[in-house]
Design a protein. Sequence first.
Length: 426
Amino acid sequence: MTLIAYGINHATAPIEVREKVSFGNDIVSEALHELKHQNGVHEAAILSTCNRTEIYCSVDQQDSHNPIAWLHNFHGMKQDLLRPFLYKHPDQNAVRHMLRVASGLDSMVLGETQVLGQLKQAYQSAISAGSIGHQLNRLFQHSFHVAKEVRSNTAIGNHPVSVAYAAVRLAQQIFGDLKGQTALLIGAGETIELAAKHLYENGLTRMIIANRTLERSQRLANEYSVYAIQIGDIPKHLAEADIVISSTASQLPILGKGAVESAIKARKHKPMFMVDIAVPRDIEVEVGDMDDVYLYSVDDLKNMVQENLKNRQAAAIQAEKIIDTQAQEFMDWLHSLDAVSTIRALRGQAEQIQEDVIQRGLTKLRNGADPETILIETARSLTNKLMHVPSSRLRNASTQNRDDLLQAAEELYNLKQSSIPEDKEQ
């Protein structure tokens, strides 16, 4: 059998291709059952996100193309349509690929952690579908362990590389603990949604979300249990905000110097941290000249993101070394499975010889033979029978100049030529 990982991702395929082979939660179970019954497929798991669709399989080597053909068929696609976008990793490369995915090294945002949760969900789905066995179970568990090791032993997760996260980390540097702060988020797009998520995850639960329409901001308000207002109501609540993050598509500033001056006065000059992510700007530039206001633009944050991305890339070099080591460790375990059947056969043969010799000895004892004599005969007989086939094979190996087999026997039995007695077996 061989392990394979194959699929497409954000780096190899555009979104119009990725969406054609995605697996929603409602069809994953059906897909796994179908894939598991393809010729030569023993185990299977599917990871499907907005950025990737990947399938992990344990298959008979000669049938390794079957799961790829199945992917086309399942989605009703012409054969080989995915060929220009598809990657396929066998054995150790498959292991290494999964470890890189779990650790965030294969993500669009280097070092992000969301994909690890998605990989864990893929694992649970495969367990529920009964499509996962000994090898893939061990591989998934190993990938979770390695992701934790990478996160613990490198700085890959220490540096924010999204503008929204950079804004939140900057707020942490200014305020320290965010739990007692209030945030005003202006807009309801992806950046504001990410900012709300990061603020919430860092303990800030008092948020006001302002948008032109309550319907859009209400969705975020419901998700994070915060208060939704219309943009026109911002002046009524601005003084409450310790943190203001704004990202709208407005062509004119939403917050002017006068409104901020009134808010600072009402706050009794308690400092206010403001981040203007919008282009064009939502907050008048003059606001940054005010005392007690810390105003940052999207360019300020982008510089931070670029610097942090460099730091993550340096940490990724360390992470790759960990993954190389751990991929080899998994392959060593996988290769050890090849010896299991041989060991079982060897032990079974030895136990059968043992049983035959013991039964003959017991028969002689029942017939009145001397126990000491029977004990000696039994031991010699057992030794001769155990050594007969290996000795014969080694003699043949010697006449055929098979030094490799002779050396293997010496290593296997920990022999030294000088200590080997002359073989008296006939």
